[in-house]
Each structure stands twice: as C-alpha cells, then as structure tokens.
Write a protein that binds this ligand. Structure first.
Ligand code: GLC
Length: 469
C-alpha cells in the first residue's frame, strides 16, 4: 500500500497550526506499521528550507489558465523524518516566507496541479491519495473530472477536514484556472454561488474524515455553511481522533525541556521546568500556574482572555502565562494587562516551539476555552506532560477530557465560552491544586493516558483498505 498525503503544512518543514503536527506524524506511524506513506507539500522560503539540502527529482512547467509557471519537485536529502517528503517548488508563486496570505487561490491551485502533473509520471501510482483541508480540496475533483488526469481517475481519495471554518472560497470567474473538465459537472465545484474547494472535496472524495467523532457530529449543525452538505454525505463520513507524536512529545527525552522526567519523577521534574518558567517571566513559583498556548482567534475564545484573566487574577491567588499571537486588538489588551498584574501574569506574543514544550512541562493547568475545536492537540500534549487540561467540552476536547466530578475523571470541563465559566473553571483548578494528594494522583494518571498515533494510524489504514477492495 502506498499512501500519498498532500498538504499545505507538515511539521517540522512548515507549521502554522495543528495540521502540520498531524501531517508530520501520521505518515511516520503508517510507515512504521509497514506501509509506504509519503507527503507532498509546497516548497516555502523558510528556515527549514534554508537550512536543508534537497535534490531535484522532476522539472516541468504548469499552466494556470493562460499563464505558464516553471516548477520543480524536490526531495529532502538526509531525511530522518520517518517518511518520504516531496516539495513542490514553484518559484514565482509558492516560494514565499508565509504559508497563507491573500494570494492562496492561485498558489494552492498551482500546487495541486503541479502535484497531479508529477503523479501522472509515476510508475507506481498511489493506492490512496489523502488530502488535508481546503488547500488540497480540488484534487478529488480534478482527479475525477479533469481530462488531463483521467489516468488517476480510479485512485481512491480521502479528505480529512481539520477545520471546516476555512473553505478556500473563490469566484466562478476563476474557473478557467482549473484544468479542463466537462462543464456540465461544474456543480461539483460550487457551494452557495462560489467555488468552494472544501465543499468540492466533500462531494468528490471517496471518503471524508474529520479529526474527532464529536466534531463530525457537530459539523452537521455548525460548519460555516456546509451543514446540509455534510448531513447529505454522512454515509461516507467518519471521525477519527488524532494522535500525537509520542516520540517528539515525550517529557523523558524532550530536548527542549529544562529538566526531563517521567511518571515516577513527575513532581521534581515538573518543578524544575516551572521554576525556570517563573524566573524567566517574573511569576511566583508557589502559586498555581494556568497557561494558554495557541492562536489568538475567536475559535479559541481569545477575545475573552483579557477580561477573563483580569477577573481570575483579581479573585484568586494564581499566575497566568500566555504564549500566542493573532488578533491585533487582543494582543494589545493582553500586553496592557501586564502592567496591572506584574508578578502574577505574563505573555509572550509570538510563537516559540521550545517555550511551548517548557510550558506544558511547567504550567499546572492548560486552558482551552475553545468555541470550535475539531480535535485539539494541546490537551493531549498537556496530558502527556502532566499538566491538567481545563477545556470547554466541544469537538475533540469532549472526546479526550473527562471532568473530575465524573467517574475516572481527570480534567476540568465547562459548557459555555463565557468570562464567567472560564473564571469558575480556573477557580475549580485552584481548589484542586490545594488538595495535593488528589492533584498529584491526577498528574500521574494523565501521564499514563495513551494518545499516541498507533491506534488512529491503523484506523486510517483500515479506511484505505475498504476503498481498495
Ligand atoms: C486544526 C484544528 C485543531 C486540530 C488540528 C489538527 O488546527 O483547529 O482542532 O487539532 O487542526 O487536526
């Protein structure tokens, strides 16, 4: 079996969010399970491509409408990622220092065309083409409808939706950019009067998955306009919970940490990391430390952070640390808050992979008051590192965190995304922190929960098998 993943992001080459973590880990686990699993992604102008060496495998030109663009497919030399990695280099379009911006339609359409043109030349075609999110959403359509790709027509395709909020909409005026197809099937591209790559992939892929069972159900009620389409196509849709890379996210070996630890040394080990974090960011080591890591966007509830943090810091003797960036107005408020709560609140605006790892190892609680959370990986990283997740019960958070009030519970859950519920959840965390016996028991328990990719990677394999019978 040869599985070809096609994605805009893949860790460690280019990461904006959780999509990269999944595409950087799932193929590795599939490869380890004895299958050929590979990734095709764009060649961006970033730190990773600057510091790595590549060999050119293929040189050609592609047409985007009337415009012609030269491109190359490169492979990574000295690859220790655990799967084959191919990068499509279209210097005039893709070679940018960003992953996403205003010109995504042309860039990702060209990327998809280049990937398929190259695939046409392969002796061994994929057993399954696995597309991720809307950036690769036109592939199932082109493979089944475009005349140029009729040789790829019978290869099964899978779409994984990591986030249905973003759909890649563009105007029908640009339909001419898509390689020629029987125009009577243009409806397969359309949703609500626009070309909608995510909707098109839901219609044309052989199977559609999303990253948790609960999110699959929730999308039938709320999917940024695609609810009825997902209900209609539900027979081919399943939710498969993401895993995390068990090797990268291992507190015992994690090179980013100040001190490594395991389930038996968790107390001392986490103290070392917390001490470092508190000394770097002027926080009191003795107080319970609540942290948020991620994008400062509405989906994550970020607009409520300034008010919620202010209320929580006024009410309880706690520390809060935030690592993230996003909405400008939210960033400004979060920076202003530092003045009022010096010594008990701090924020690092930006992203820093090393710091993120230390926060999981040093913070006592990880906050995730998401409005939408297809899977969420941060709660799984938190569990593995012994930080207690405080989550809004939705999507993947609902599928992975059980409230301490329930049998077998280990986290703190709230129902709504409001300042009141966030601060109340923090208050419950403070109480738990004070009860040292229970608190320590829970820390050990959560470190033993297995969210590695093993089971889910096989669930995908079974899905591909069902398509190739
Ligand atoms: C997106 C989702 C997140 C999910 C990730 C990986 O970033 O918002 O919930 O964990 O993709 O699938």
């Amino acid at each position: 079996m040869k599985i070809t993943h096609i994605s805009a992001e893949c860790y460690p080459v280019a990461k904006v969010g959780g999509l990269a973590d999944v595409v950087g880990a799932l193929p590795k686990y599939q490869h380890d399970a004895g299958f050929t699993s590979e990734v095709i992604m764009p060649f961006y102008d970033n730190k990773f491509t600057k510091n790595s060496e590549f060999s050119v495998l293929f040189t050609s030109k592609l047409n985007l409408g009337k415009q012609e663009y030269p491109y190359q497919v490169k492979t990574l030399n000295n690859n220790n990622l655990g799967f084959n990695l191919y990068l499509v280099d279209i210097p005039e379009l893709l070679f940018t220092d960003y992953v996403y911006s205003f010109d995504d339609t042309d860039r990702f359409l060209a990327f998809q065309i280049a990937a398929l043109n190259w695939m046409l030349t392969w002796d061994e075609k994929p057993t399954t083409v696995h597309c991720h999110d809307h950036h690769t959403g036109l592939i199932p359509f082109m493979m089944t409808q475009s005349k140029d790709y009729s040789a790829l027509k019978n290869i099964p395709t899978v779409l994984t939706i990591h986030n249905a909020q973003y759909q890649g909409w563009f105007s029908h005026e640009k339909v001419g950019l898509i390689p020629e197809f029987n125009f009577s099937n243009v409806g397969l591209l359309d949703w609500d009067g626009s070309i909608n790559p995510l909707a098109s992939a839901i219609k044309c892929a052989w199977k559609v998955t999303t990253v948790s069972p609960s999110y699959m159900e929730e999308m039938k009620k709320a999917a940024n306009g695609l609810e009825s389409l997902l209900s209609h196509e539900s027979a081919k849709c399943t939710g498969i919970l993401n895993g995390i890379d068990w090797e990268v996210w291992n507190p015992e070996t994690d090179p980013y940490l100040i001190g490594n630890y395991n389930i038996n040394t968790v107390e001392l080990g986490r103290d070392v990391n917390k001490k470092w974090l508190c000394s770097q960011y002027n926080l009191d080591f003795k107080k319970p430390l609540f942290a948020f890591i991620g994008r400062l966007v509405g989906e994550k509830g970020a607009d409520l952070f300034p008010k919620a943090f202010e209320k929580a810091l006024q009410k309880s003797n706690i520390s809060i640390f935030l690592l993230g960036s996003g909405n400008d107005a939210v960033e400004v408020k979060l920076i202003e808050l530092k003045k009022d709560f010096e010594g008990s609140y701090n924020a690092f605006i930006g992203y820093d992979e090393k710091l993120a790892h230390i926060v999981y190892a040093g913070a006592d609680f990880i906050l995730m008051p998401s409005r939408v959370e297809p899977c969420g990986l941060n709660q799984m990283y938190a569990l593995r590192y012994g930080a207690i997740p405080i989550v809004r019960s939705i999507g993947g958070l609902k599928d992975t965190v059980i409230d301490i009030s329930e049998k077998g519970g280990f986290g703190i859950c709230h129902k709504e995304v409001t300042v009141l519920e966030i601060t109340e959840a923090i208050e419950r965390g403070v109480k738990l922190f004070k009860n040292k016996t229970t608190y320590n028991k829970i820390r050990k328990k959560i470190m033993g929960i297995n969210h590695s990719w093993d089971a889910s990677a096989l669930a995908y394999i079974n899905l591909y098998k069902s398509l190739n019978q």
